[in-house]
Design a protein around this ligand. Structure first.
Ligand SMILES: *Cc1c(COP(=O)(O)O)cnc(C)c1O
Length: 342
């Protein structure tokens, strides 16, 4: 892509080559200093643990420009912490938080002209990841690791943008086991979600919302975002579970909802039996931002929320406006959530 001729407002959520990415290597107990490179292909051992046994973790973040052109990250130390929690679960080496952030900043600055301008709805998506590499055959942790950060400019994750999507409540397949790796941002969770996602899309839904793997009764999350439900009396409920990914955007939105807008936020098990009582529903995460859910398909029936599922509800809209304004620095960052890149 050519940043000089790109129509930023028309970008989709896809990979586009930009000149630089950051590569670092771990061997004999230590990370090297790492460096920027223009090479976007990897040369790894055919027996690498990541290829056969899924020893891979990643993060997803966004850099955005504020009105004055400055570039900001949203709570990047939370991503650094979660990356190391994922590393712990998959027996991979930790990466010091400052190194993680520094690698991201270097990659952003090297590709600065590709960071979408303010007000276009586009952002620079950041994908840090780690792979278990080196010679291997048996099931055991790798002896060497590669840490990479690439960036790519993106538009909305769902082509609908801020318009309601429909989700299939998945009653058969699970995304993650009860005490598996659902809490880790690890590749294997997403390969498990491809078939249910395809089935749901073939049935006309945009995405899947999973139920808990033990009872198939309590909502978990979609394949790539957490969810929340607006109930009567200004209550917002969001699923609590040990097998979902602990979304930083969901935590942020719930803090804002409680502290700035006075909603009663309940982080608890949310049963499918409550589906009739939802006034609004939303998906939230870095990629999804806040995406309104207009309809849930459950056991052959379609449950529709605000405006018969055709328009975003007022509370979802209020939270979306507040979050997006906060992320680009249009409203004051009273919580110290924004990290300046330059
Ligand atoms: C990344 C991800 C999220 C969102 O997390 P954020 O920290 O808000 O970006 C939610 N669910 C799953 C399964 C994810 O992979």
């Amino acid at each position: 892509m050519d940043p000089k001729t790109t129509d930023w407002s028309k970008l989709d959520f896809s990979y586009k080559y930009v000149p630089y990415r950051f590569h670092s290597y771990w061997k004999d107990g230590a990370w090297d200093n790492g460096k920027l490179t223009t090479e976007n292909k990897l040369l790894i051992d055919e027996g690498a643990v990541c290829l056969h046994y899924g020893q891979e973790i990643f993060e997803g973040m966004k850099a955005q420009r504020s009105k004055d052109g400055r570039i900001r990250l949203f709570r990047p130390y939370e991503n650094a912490r979660r990356f190391n929690e994922s590393a712990w679960r998959l027996l991979m080496p930790e990466i010091p938080e400052d190194r993680f952030i520094d690698a991201i900043k270097q990659t952003l600055l090297a590709n600065e002209e590709y960071i979408p301008p303010y007000g276009t709805g586009a952002a620079m998506y950041i994908r840090p990841f780690m792979l278990g590499v080196g010679e291997n055959l048996g099931v055991k942790p790798a002896k060497e690791y590669q840490f990479i950060v690439f960036v790519t400019p993106v538009g909305p994750y769902f082509k609908e943008g801020f318009n309601p999507i429909s989700l299939k409540v998945e009653t058969y397949y699970d995304r993650a086991a009860a005490h598996g790796i659902g809490q880790a941002k690890a590749g294997g969770n997403y390969s498990a979600s491809l078939l249910p996602l395809k089935n749901a899309q073939d049935e006309g839904f945009n995405e899947v919302v999973y139920l808990d793997p033990i009872h198939h009764k309590y909502f978990e999350e979609t394949g790539a975002s957490n969810v929340f439900f607006v109930l009567k009396d200004n209550v917002i409920a969001t699923p609590k579970s040990e097998s979902i990914l602990n979304s930083i955007v969901r935590r942020s939105v719930m803090d804002v909802a409680r502290e700035d807008f006075g909603y009663r936020v309940e982080e608890r098990q949310v049963s499918v039996d409550e589906i009739d009582t939802f006034l609004e529903a939303g998906a939230c995460g870095t990629a999804a931002v806040i995406t309104p859910i207009g309809c849930l398909g459950y056991e052959g029936k379609r449950y529709k929320f605000y405006a018969d599922g055709k328009e975003p509800g007022p509370i979802t809209t209020q939270l979306y406006k507040h979050l997006t304004a906060l992320q680009v620095g249009d409203i004051e960052d009273t919580r110290g959530w924004l990290e300046e890149v330059c």
